[in-house]
Write a protein that binds this ligand. Structure first.
Ligand code: ADE
Length: 252
């Protein structure tokens, strides 16, 4: 996959893109990433990229001529999606990340200040994505969140085959509890089932932990998650039980 990000602060991408999985994805040749400085596409001698809004009001607006020129310079063809990061976009969810992970190339546009001139949306943006219902200072952090969520789904990026399949949200549920050594820490022992050696029982316990956690924390997800008959029976049994709070989710 190739990702081009357009930003007024391209250095913001450096630390994240040069560490951990995002670096490995590039090192393995699975991702080519480039952060471009929007200011390089300004035409005047002051390299002006923004201006005051028509009609008054505060803040600065990114100029359409500069931003459209930048987008057209990095977009290889009109088939390549151009995604504007903005709090007004569709929400980034696992299905959206999985959809984007299928594509060969993305252009990400990071706004700053009050926003971008509306004609940029009309002329050059094909999609608009938000990472949540809050407002960031600029689109860079949102673009990094999107890149991480998408790139880890590209086959070969995560070491263990299928690791992304087990993530929270990948199957419509939150992941259950995980444990590692030591066996007992500050009086809290690992659930006995995990040391039993019964693989089928462990798998069933994990599934039920995922169902339990989803039921406690994000019950609305259960409406659209693909559930088996066994899952449904377990959830019905849970519904009839007195359950502790999220903070001390039990070992059912
Ligand atoms: N830019 C500013 N706020 C944002 C958000 N919530 N999501 C995506 N881009 C943004």
């Amino acid at each position: 996959m190739k990702i081009d990000a357009l930003s007024l602060f391209p250095a913001m991408f450096d630390s994240v893109m040069n560490a951990s999985m995002m670096w490995k994805a590039q090192d393995r040749g699975l991702l080519t990433f480039c952060a471009h400085d929007i200011r390089d596409y300004a035409a005047d001698k002051h390299r002006q990229v923004d201006d005051t809004p028509y009609g008054g009001g505060g803040g600065m607006i990114l100029k359409p001529d500069v931003l459209v020129r930048a987008i057209e310079a990095v977009r290889p063809s009109t088939a390549t999606p151009v995604i504007l990061l903005s709090p007004q976009g569709r929400l980034l969810t696992h299905p959206v990340a999985a959809e984007l992970a299928q594509l060969p190339q993305l252009v990400l546009v990071c706004g700053h200040y009050e926003g971008v001139d509306e004609r940029v949306r009309q002329l050059a943006v094909t999609d608009e994505i938000s990472i949540g219902d809050y407002v960031l200072t600029g689109g860079e952090l949102a673009a990094l969140v999107l890149i991480d969520a998408v790139v880890r789904l590209i086959p070969g990026v995560l070491g263990a085959e299928g690791a992304a399949d087990r993530d929270s949200h990948a199957d419509g549920l939150l992941e259950g509890a995980h444990y590692t050594r030591p066996h007992t820490y500050r009086g809290l022992a690992v659930p006995a089932i995990l040391t039993s050696g019964h693989h089928a029982e462990v798998a069933r316990w994990r599934r039920r932990q995922a169902l339990l956690r989803t039921w406690l924390r994000r019950p609305e997800l259960l409406k659209s998650a693909p559930l088996t008959e066994d899952d449904r029976e377990w959830l019905e049994a849970l519904a009839g039980r007195q359950l502790p709070t999220v903070a001390s989710s039990p070992d059912p």
